[in-house]
Every structure is written in C-alpha cells, then in structure tokens.
Design a protein around this ligand. Structure first.
Ligand code: AMP
Ligand code: ZN
Length: 112
C-alpha cells in the first residue's frame, strides 16, 4: 500500500522520531503549527478513527504514548491539545490515522 505513514513506520522513509514501541510510533510533524507538534500513529494501518476497533488496545496505546510525550515535552502543567482529523471537512490529508499532539502556545476554542 502506498501510505507515507506506513513507510515511516517501516523505516522506508526518514522521520524525526521521538518515540517508538511495538505498536506505536511518534515523530515530529514536517510542517509544525506549534512549538511542539508531534504525530502519534499506530504502526498498523487504519484509515481513520472510523476503522479503529474500539474494543482493542490501539486507542489505549495511543493515549499512553501521548501522556509519555507530554511529560517528555514538559506540557503536563501548561496543557496541550490532542487532535485527530477525520475525513475531508476536518482536513484529514493523510489516510493513516494520526493524533496531533500540539503544545507550547495558546490554542483557540472552538477551533477554526
Ligand atoms: P492531517 O491534515 O490531519 O491529515 O495531518 C497530516 C499531517 O502530516 C500534516 O500536519 C503534515 O504536515 C504531516 N506530514 C505529512 N507528511 C509528513 C512526513 N513525511 N513527515 C512528517 N509529517 C508529515
Ligand atoms: Zn498506512
């Protein structure tokens, strides 16, 4: 499958990895929109949250890693945002589920 995030997970193309375990990888977004902008993905390909088996461990794994990275980046006290865009209207451009971990600045709510 021609998926850029599968290729990153398989080490076929380079990325600035900040975390890796058996199931999950996290790397710096190539086009950061905040001082901290990390993408957290399952190594296994799922197009979006709509394909995730909610009974399984995938989301647990992702949230566990989000917490680890937030701690590493010193974001626990000041706060951070964790976002997964799903489908066209939300602006999902890469069809391999990913969670944006954003921090280091103020964020608007509701989002634009
Ligand atoms: P989304 O718009 O939610 O699908 O987010 C996709 C994100 O992937 C964007 O923020 C891109 O900057 C980022 N991105 C695309 N290609 C790469 C890459 N090769 N390495 C790191 N980040 C990437
Ligand atoms: Zn993929």
């Amino acid at each position: 499958m021609d998926c850029i995030f599968c290729k990153i997970a398989n080490n076929e193309i380079p990325a600035s990895k900040v975390y890796e375990d058996e199931n999950v990888i996290a790397f710096k977004d190539i086009n950061p929109v905040a001082p901290v902008h990390i993408l957290i993905i399952p190594k296994k390909h799922y197009e979006s949250v709509l394909e995730i088996d909610t009974e399984g461990n995938i989301l647990n794994n992702i949230f566990k890693v989000a917490k680890i990275i937030a701690q590493q980046m010193n974001l626990i006290d000041e706060g951070f945002r964790l976002v997964t865009n799903t489908g066209e209207k939300a602006g999902q451009t890469v069809k391999h589920i990913h969670f944006h971990l954003l921090g280091g600045r103020d964020f608007q709510w509701p989002p634009g």
